[in-house]
Design a protein around this ligand. Structure first.
Ligand SMILES: C[S@@+](CC[C@H](N)C(=O)[O-])C[C@H]1O[C@@H](n2cnc3c(N)ncnc32)[C@H](O)[C@@H]1O
Length: 304
């Protein structure tokens, strides 16, 4: 069979199973099998493929037909212009999370003092690694500390692998545990005198949303539930995080000079509930809601 023929069969199969963008997915997966670009497929449409390649391509297509995210089949995903290794133990990085990186980089540029940057629920490590790789400040990077935590050990293994892949493993320290717990009381790790910037893309999915997965979101079923879902309408883990921030703010070790900034990603439908939660737990904090590129509320920036 030729490139054109296998693509036509695969596209039809994906289409029949309501997979969005069937043509593009078939091309991406075939390019992966042939280790070539999608342009090559177009210019070599009548090239014959051997059985081994066809079988591998069919295997990929069957996985995609079941709704498995293309990033898991490929084993990697682009985020902030960088390539990240991903597997079923980590969330596939989402484009909307790039806003968190943009905002943090802007803060670092404007910052008048060095800081400690902490990424909680780091998953593949995409946020903290993108921050180190795109670091912008008038101070040398050696004055900054980059820490990350995750409750999932398999996720931390992937974050470590990605940090090595991008040659930043010496710069980022990874910790296993619940939110800030592995570092919060360790003055040897956490410098309470320095400004803190905390990025948090934590699970914020809720049950009824999970149960109503459309074909577009069926890929969620392949992602680790620990990365996606939590109770209290998706706000339980964020609530735990806000309480930890309060603990840091109340700690005598920290001087209260607007020196803790937290950036929390959420679902636009949680805006009102999240605002109430922030006001309840951190009544003295200033906060702003930032919109993503689709003009949806996406990021809460909390200043203490
Ligand atoms: C939505 S994923 C985000 C991953 C990554 N930050 C990203 O943007 O792609 C949430 C991550 O939080 C981790 N997580 C869930 N509960 C946690 C907790 N209580 N403490 C620390 N990490 C947690 C999950 O294992 C998962 O890696």
């Amino acid at each position: 069979m030729t490139i054109n023929q296998v693509l036509a069969v695969a596209t039809q199969k994906l289409q029949k199973n309501n997979i969005p963008n069937p043509n593009m997915d078939a091309e991406i997966l075939l390019a992966r099998v042939l280790k070539c670009s999608r342009e090559y497929l177009i210019t070599h449409f009548d090239k014959n493929l051997n059985n081994q390649k066809i079988r591998l391509f069919e295997k990929y297509i069957s996985r995609r037909v079941k709704g498995e995210p293309i990033a898991y089949i490929m084993g990697h995903k682009e985020f902030y212009g960088l390539d990240f290794f991903v597997n079923k133990n980590v969330l596939v990085p989402r484009p909307e999370t790039e806003l968190m990186v943009d905002e943090t980089l802007e803060l670092l540029t404007r910052n008048r003092q060095p800081a400690t940057i902490i990424d909680i629920g780091t998953g593949s490590g995409c946020v903290i690694i993108s921050l180190v790789k795109n670091f912008k400040s008038k101070f040398p990077i050696s004055n900054f500390q980059f820490l990350a935590t995750d409750i999932s050990k398999p996720a931390l293994t992937i974050a470590r692998k990605n940090a090595k892949l991008h040659h930043v493993d010496k710069k980022i320290r990874l910790f296993h545990g619940d939110l800030l717990k592995p570092i919060i009381h360790k003055s040897k790790i956490l410098n309470y005198k320095s400004k803190m910037i905390i990025t948090a893309n934590l699970p914020y999915g809720w049950n009824s949303w999970k149960n109503n997965c459309s074909m577009d979101t069926i890929g969620l079923k392949f992602e680790p539930p620990i990365a996606l879902f939590t109770e209290n309408k998706g706000l339980k883990i964020i609530e735990g995080f806000l309480k930890q921030i309060k603990q840091i703010a109340n700690s005598k070790k920290i001087n209260f000079n607007s020196n803790l900034l937290a950036l929390i990603e959420f679902d636009p439908r949680q805006t009102i509930m999240l605002k109430k939660l922030i006001k309840k737990i951190l009544p003295d904090a200033k906060f702003k809601i930032k919109k993503d590129l689709s003009n949806h509320n996406r990021l809460a920036k909390i200043l203490i």
